[in-house]
Design a protein around this ligand. Structure first.
Ligand code: HEM
Length: 416
């Protein structure tokens, strides 16, 4: 999210190249990641970091190299047993597999079970409801006083969406947000809702038990279009072991929550930092769909995905050994000038705005990408005519994480 930086005088230009470690969550909390990646893309686009908190790993920083890893799932595995999809391994005895952490054929079978919930026909059915709920949240916002956009808009709207997707008891819906926060928490952060992997595991066990009850009830009823009913009736998912059930629920809760939440916040921030673009939008609201994609690129809500090499291979001329961790830094690929013109600028009417890496690519490409775009489009369609100006009143507070590019709070004001 940083504005373009001239990195020539930055400490990032003085660190010895082989000491650069972009896995430090502090870089994302302090929003200082940008110059490190600019340097890596220029000087060492496929970079080996020998020592980090998470052990040795490769950084893939250019758009085209990230794509080459994404499409080669035969060599670059997502499997939980090999370490999964984040630079930090899940502790072995607390492993929670889900289809994002699997390779074919099991990945494909399970993905197919939940895909219909976000198929175009179902999205069209949901549009009216999403719009109605969005309007209600927006009309309830205070005017002339400062409030937190994250809590009152982004979290509220995405929590409502989760409750809809799971057909979860409405009044308890913030419970889903809590579990999502737990699932992505970096237990080393003082702000984390849980402070050890054991505590995280215990809370997610409670989540799986609570949702398991609803799952069992829905298994007895005719199939419906909610995620729990689909999992309960799906051939590939109805008999999942408990750990896998836990992992799958965490995936579906986090997938549809934090990412969209942070795009809702990041969009307001980006527009306030680019007043000319904000004016362009007010002058021509038909730019909203393209702007939504630009927001998702510019924010890059998922910082990285990791794979593990199943055999010796080569990326961008570097020799990768069987067993090596390979990290695709989407924040960097989305700022690669060889793939995206003027990538450091936020341009709401850029050509081919969907050509970004924020949703990944290949067999794991985000299932919910069209739903996320729909939610964001509706938000801006309803926001703009009501409140043509959202003023940002202070700095965003960012999340301590190298995985989810999150904003914890953003003070804003709607002029009275
Ligand atoms: C702006 C919002 C979103 C962003 C940036 C995002 C990003 C991502 C990324 C980067 C991946 C992994 C791609 C890869 O490995 O190649 C992914 C996978 C996934 N996303 Fe999203 N996501 C968003 C919204 C959603 C929503 C709304 C849902 C749920 C309804 C969702 C559900 C999933 C699922 C289930 C997967 C796993 C797919 C698989 O492994 O086959 N996401 N997403």
């Amino acid at each position: 999210m940083s504005p373009p930086l001239d990195d020539s005088g930055h400490p990032a230009s003085r660190v010895p190249l082989d000491a650069i470690d972009v896995s430090d969550p502090k870089l994302y909390q302090d929003d200082t990641w940008y110059p490190y990646f600019a340097r890596l893309r220029r000087e060492d686009p496929v970079h080996y970091c020998r020592e980090s908190l998470y052990g040795p790993y490769w950084s893939v920083t250019k758009y085209k190299d990230i794509m080459s890893v994404e499409v080669n799932h035969q060599v670059y595995s997502s499997a939980s047993e090999l370490g999964g999809i984040a630079v930090e391994d899940q502790p072995k005895d607390m492993d929670r597999p889900s289809f994002i952490r699997m390779d074919p054929p099991k990945h494909d079978e399970q993905r197919m079970v939940v895909s219909p919930v976000v198929a175009p026909g179902n999205l069209a059915n949901m549009e009216g409801l999403i719009r109605e709920r969005t309007i209600k949240v927006l009309e309830g916002l205070p005017r002339g006083q400062t409030f937190d956009w994250v809590d009152q808009v982004s979290v509220e709207l995405t929590t409502m969406m989760l409750a809809t997707l799971f057909d979860y008891p409405w009044d308890d819906r913030r419970q889903l947000t809590y579990w999502s926060d737990v699932a992505i928490a970096n237990v080393r952060s003082p702000e984390s809702p849980v402070h050890s992997e054991e505590e995280k595991f215990a809370e997610l066990t409670k989540m799986a038990q609570a949702l398991g009850k609803l799952f069992d009830e829905r298994a007895q009823l005719p199939p419906k279009f909610d995620l729990l009913s689909m999992l309960a009736h799906g051939e590939a998912t109805r008999n999942m072991p408990f750990r896998e059930f836990m992992g799958t629920l965490s995936l579906l809760i986090v997938g549809g929550n934090d990412t969209t939440r942070n795009s809702m916040t990041g969009g307001v921030l980006a527009l306030s930092q680019h007043p000319k673009e904000y004016q362009k939008l007010r002058d021509d609201p038909s730019l909203i769909p393209g702007m939504v994609s630009e927001i998702i690129r510019y924010v890059t809500p998922v910082i990285h995905m990791r794979r593990t090499a199943k055999e010796d291979s080569e990326i961008g001329g570097k020799q990768i050994k069987k067993g090596d961790k390979v990290v695709m830094w989407y924040v960097s690929g989305n700022r690669d000038p060889e793939a995206i013109e003027d990538p450091d600028n936020f341009i709401i009417d850029r050509a081919r705005p969907r050509q970004h890496l924020s949703f990944g690519f290949g067999i794991h490409r985000c299932v919910g990408n069209r739903l996320a775009e729909l939610q964001l489009r509706i938000l801006w369609e309803e926001l703009l005519p009501r409140y043509p100006m959202i003023e940002v009143m202070g700095s965003p507070k960012r999340v301590y994480s190298n995985f989810i590019h999150g904003i914890r709070s953003l003070p804003v004001r709607i002029p009275a």
